[in-house]
Design a protein around this ligand. Sequence first.
Ligand SMILES: Cc1cc2nc3c(=O)[nH]c(=O)nc-3n(C[C@H](O)[C@H](O)[C@H](O)COP(=O)(O)OP(=O)(O)OC[C@H]3O[C@@H](n4cnc5c(N)ncnc54)[C@H](O)[C@@H]3O)c2cc1C
Length: 433
Amino acid sequence: MAWDFDTDPQFQELLDWADDFVRDEVEPLDLIWPHLQFTPLDDTRRAVVDPLKERVRQKGLWATHLGPDLGGQGYGQLKLALLNEILGRSQWAPVIFGCQAPDTGNAEIIAHYGTPEQKERYLRPLLDGEVFSCYSMTEPQGGADPTQFKTAAVRDGDDWVINGYKFFSSNASTSSFLIVMVVTNPDVSPYQGMSMFLVPTDTPGVTIERNCGLYGESDGQGSHALIHYDNVRVPDSALLGGEGQAFVIAQTRLGGGRIHHAMRTIGLSQKALDMMCERALSRQTAGSLLADKQAIQAYIADSYAQLTQFRLLVLYTAWEIDKYNDYKKVRKDIAAVKVVMPTVLHDIAWRAMQVHGALGVTNEMPFLGMVTGAAVMGLADGPTEVHKTTVAKQVLRGYSASDDLWPSEWIPRKREAAQAKYAQFLELEVGNL
Ligand SMILES: Cc1cc2nc3c(=O)[nH]c(=O)nc-3n(C[C@H](O)[C@H](O)[C@H](O)COP(=O)(O)OP(=O)(O)OC[C@H]3O[C@@H](n4cnc5c(N)ncnc54)[C@H](O)[C@@H]3O)c2cc1C
């Protein structure tokens, strides 16, 4: 019997430690330094943050998804999922544990495809938590369909020269380097004609034209950049992987990124459910607690069931990634996770907000931020509609068309076949009557 839903006791101890540590030491950072988790540390923040990171390292929980050769524990995706459910409650926690998006996915592709020099220059400081990185793929004219991308690099001697615009490049302005997806051969299919480059953010010609903020962030707080690459010259050694390999690399990058977002979304949704339950048990109206009203009980039951279904799908998918070590093989379930994620967070956060009454919609409670977060989950790393198409296509691969006018489950024909199969017994039955 191989199915097992237990966490091994030693790792559970570490999770219990992480749970207390995040609650007591890390969540307060969200309140004193909101939105600064991706900004390089000044002396004040370093005095607090470095010792916290050190405690995580001492517990062996730093960058747990990476192998020991890269400074992690090689715990894999399933254990990372269990840890990320805890970290998802806090903006700062992933940074303190060395597993924040988009840097985890970026580190993964440099580890997979980078040359030794690229690993030394970009991966090492990234894993040490000393720098941040940016994944620059989406373009202003459309992100969901990468075959429309126009940003291009052309060879010039030993260099490449990049020109074009990228949109919604998260953390570009605080990053040390950008991973840019560009057309390198317009004469072949985009699947073979695009490549990835590692570009230091301070390279001449890289201009951040504006930073978009999400709803609720004030002007100047935004971290999603419109970048103009204007004759950006990089050497051949800036190419990540082979020429024309961008789509293959992107699949690795985005597969990891999507499941990591889902793991953290479990934590955030659980936080909303926790708040809903506390409020239901605390608030009295029309003669009884909210917790005693059927409508509120339905909110709680639906939220619990939705979250548990989602959690099992995420953990199962993480387990599959560990088992097959091949994102392509697990594509269907990663896409399914991505499809379900925004609705789960949205529904639970919305119900929790409703149960809190007027207080719920104020900026004294975190619910509208969670609802915005749910909308973001429906877009970042590709819109829900596109992932539904992926799921459907993958599911359909397991089927073929009926070779007849009538479906293969057409009852009259099946009944006839069943009667033919057991004809001798049926005749006997008739004979016995
Ligand atoms: C918070 C946040 C952070 C992000 N960070 C990054 C980042 O770091 N780097 C980066 O490169 N990008 C990033 N993105 C961009 C993200 O990947 C794109 O927003 C996404 O791929 C959709 O592209 P788009 O916004 O151009 O929408 P479009 O491509 O214009 O699509 C708009 C809408 O059209 C519909 N649609 C699109 N295609 C289909 C289809 N095939 N079938 C049915 N309906 C469809 C969907 O409703 C979709 O939402 C981020 C986005 C957000 C919100």
